[in-house]
Design a protein around this ligand. Structure first.
Ligand code: IMP
Ligand code: MG
Length: 172
């Protein structure tokens, strides 16, 4: 595996993002909605970089890729979401790849009546987009390589790596 972003580089960028978001959402009724499981590390760090009042919630998405590195069928669950009517919602995931996960979740969350709905991701694989929308906020644009760490997994593993690493074909 090859390091793409070190823990220190990620920490710096997450701090910047947190401060940018705090300016955008100052004085607004904000709920961050993280996508399980990939967003947990980002959400945990981001909320501590946002010195404004806000609430958090989580939804689930799974593309059942197993040992494959490209997605297949997408399943989502919004069970247990708090009332989002009249709130500003920021949907947060680890990575925007084809964009299908965030597009599907955004459509479902829209039906809950938020005042605004935007998306934030740590990583954006710019060459793979298959939907009209793009992330409103992102940490880094990356090439089309399979990455793990900082919440991102390969077959359920490596989410705990403090850095973002590229899995080379021989690692798979
Ligand atoms: P999308 O729906 O194609 O944008 O895919 C988003 C989901 O696919 C993310 O939530 C990740 O779980 C997963 N994913 C996409 N690319 C990668 C990667 O390079 N490493 C690990 N997971 C990935
Ligand atoms: Mg994921």
């Amino acid at each position: 595996m090859r390091t793409l972003y070190t823990a220190a580089q990620i920490a710096d960028r997450v701090q910047e993002l947190g401060h940018e978001l705090a300016q955008v959402y100052a004085g607004r009724p904000l709920t961050l909605v993280g996508v399980l499981h990939g967003s947990v590390v980002l959400v945990a760090d981001l909320i501590r970089a946002m010195p404004i009042p806000h609430q958090i919630a989580f939804v689930r998405a799974s593309s059942y890729r197993g040992e494959a590195t490209t997605g297949s069928s997408l399943e989502t669950s919004l069970e247990g979401l708090p009332d989002l009517a009249g709130r500003d919602v920021l949907l947060i995931d680890d990575i925007f790849d084809t964009g299908r996960t965030l597009a599907a979740l955004a459509k479902s969350i829209h039906a809950h009546g938020p005042t605004s709905l935007r998306t934030a991701v740590l990583l954006w694989k710019v060459d793979r987009r298959e939907v009209a929308a793009t992330p409103d906020f992102y940490g880094f644009k990356i090439p089309d390589e399979f990455v793990v760490g900082y919440g991102l997994d390969y077959n359920g593993n490596y989410r705990n790596l403090p850095e973002i690493a590229v899995m080379e074909p021989e690692d798979l």
